[in-house]
Design a protein around this ligand. Structure first.
Ligand code: FES
Ligand SMILES: [Fe+2]
Length: 358
C-alpha cells in the first residue's frame, strides 16, 4: 500500500531551475524530464527513452529547438513527448511516445500533476502568491530529505519543536509554552493551527532581520493544504503593537514561510522552503541572513527526520504513538491525507496510470 497521494498537484521545481537544458527529477516515484520550449513554457514527460530506457535528462541527451534528442541512439521527441524521429529508418513506430504530464508554473514553482491526467482540471492548485509578488522579497531553496513526506508534515504542523530543535535560531521558550488552537475546514480541506504569543523573547531570526530590540508579539498562523503546501503566516512586532481596527498593520513585520512537501519516493522527500518578507525589501544583508538562517533550521529538521526515518524503517508496524494537544493539527492533516489517498487511489476504468499504481 503506497503512502503517496495520487491525483494531486505537487511542486516539482522552482521555475528558475528549468531552462533550455534537460532537467530530471523523481516525483512520487516517477522519473520526470522537464525543459522549457523556445516560447518559455515548461513541458514535462517521462525521463525514460522508449527505446532502451536511457534517461533523457542525462548527457549527452540534449534539446534541439522544441525537441529532445536521446543521448544513446538519437530517438527524438517533441514537446508533447511524441517520437518524431528514430535512427536508420523513416517510419517512426506509432507507439513511440513518452508519457507527458500536466504542468503549471505559478508563484515561482513548477507544479506537476501526478495521477490520471484527465483529473488534473478538477484538482485545485493551492496558492503562495507572496513568492513572486511585488511588496515582498523572497529567499528560497530545497533540501533533500531521506525520510517519508509524512514526517515532514508532522514536523511542520507542530512548531513546539522550535524551542528544542531550533533553539538559538527561531526557538524560544514561549513557543513550546503557548497553547495552540486548531481548526479544520473539511470542505476546503485546509488545516489551520494558530499560536499567538503576546510577550515573547525575540529569536535572532527576527531580531536581526527586523531590528526590533526587546520582547515581541509573535503570531504563528499555519495554513496547511494537504497533501503538500504549507504556509506559515508569521507576524512579529514590539510588545503591545497590534494591527489597526481596519485590519491594516503598519507596525507589524510579516514573514510568509512556505514549504512544499513533495514525495520523491516512499521514503524520501523534496523539502522546498521559501521565506517572503514585507520589510527591508532591498537589503541584501537581510536576505543573506534569512537565507542562511532558514537553511540552517531546515537542515536541523533534516537531520532529525532522517534519524526518525531510520527508526521507523527498522521497526515492526503497529507501534502505538502517544499524542498530546500539540499534535492536534498534525493528526488532522494525517486524517485528510488518508482520505485523499483513498480518493486518489479510486480506480478509473481502463486507466493505465491506475493500473500501474496497484
Ligand atoms: S535508448 Fe534512447 S535512443 Fe536508444
Ligand atoms: Fe523545524
Amino acid at each position: 500500500m503506497t503512502s503517496i497521494v495520487r491525483n494531486q498537484w505537487y511542486v516539482a521545481a522552482y521555475g528558475r531551475e528549468i531552462g533550455r537544458e534537460v532537467f530530471g527529477r523523481t516525483i512520487c516515484g516517477e522519473s520526470i524530464l522537464f525543459w522549457r520550449r523556445e516560447d518559455g513554457t515548461v513541458t514535462a514527460m517521462s525521463d525514460r527513452c522508449v527505446h532502451r530506457r536511457f534517461p533523457l535528462s542525462e548527457k549527452p541527451s540534449h534539446l534541439v529547438g522544441d525537441t529532445v534528442v536521446c543521448g544513446y541512439h538519437g530517438f527524438t521527441y517533441d514537446a508533447d513527448g511524441k517520437c518524431v524521429a528514430v535512427p536508420g529508418q523513416t517510419r517512426v513506430p506509432r507507439t513511440a511516445r513518452l508519457k507527458s504530464y500536466p504542468v503549471v508554473e505559478q508563484d515561482s514553482f513548477v507544479w506537476v500533476f501526478i495521477g490520471d491526467d484527465d483529473r488534473s482540471d478538477s484538482v485545485p492548485i493551492p496558492r503562495a502568491p507572496w513568492l513572486d509578488q511585488e511588496g515582498y522579497t523572497t529567499v528560497s531553496g530545497m533540501e533533500p530529505l531521506a525520510a517519508r513526506a509524512s514526517l515532514l508534515v508532522d514536523n511542520l504542523m507542530d512548531l513546539s519543536h522550535e524551542t528544542y530543535l531550533h533553539g538559538g535560531y527561531i526557538g524560544t521558550p514561549e513557543v513550546a509554552n503557548t497553547p495552540i488552537t486548531t481548526e479544520v475546514d473539511e470542505d476546503a480541506q485546509v488545516v489551520y493551527v494558530s499560536r499567538h504569543m503576546d510577550d515573547a523573547d525575540c529569536p535572532p531570526f527576527y531580531a536581526k532581520s527586523t531590528g526590533i530590540q526587546g520582547r515581541i508579539v509573535r503570531w504563528q498562523d499555519i495554513e496547511f493544504h494537504p497533501p503538500c503546501l504549507y504556509l506559515l503566516h508569521s507576524r512579529v512586532a514590539p510588545v503591545g503593537v497590534l494591527p489597526d481596527e481596519d485590519g491594516s498593520d503598519p507596525g507589524g513585520f510579516h514573514v510568509e514561510v512556505v514549504y512544499a512537501i513533495t514525495p520523491e519516493t516512499e521514503h524520501s522527500t523534496h523539502d522546498f522552503w521559501a521565506v517572503a518578507r514585507d520589510f527591508a525589501l532591498e537589503d541584501e544583508g537581510v536576505s543573506d541572513f534569512l537565507r542562511e538562517s532558514n537553511r540552517t533550521v531546515v537542515l536541523q529538521d533534516v537531520v532529525a527526520l532522517d534519524a526518525l526515518e531510520r527508526v521507523l524503517a527498522g521497526e515492526p508496524d503497529g507501534y502505538q504513538e502517544l499524542s498530546i494537544n500539540i499534535d492536534t493539527g498534525g493528526l488532522a492533516a494525517r486524517r485528510i491525507i488518508a482520505a485523499q489517498a483513498a480518493a486518489g487511489a479510486e480506480q478509473v476504468p481502463d486507466s493505465p496510470a491506475t493500473l500501474a499504481s496497484r
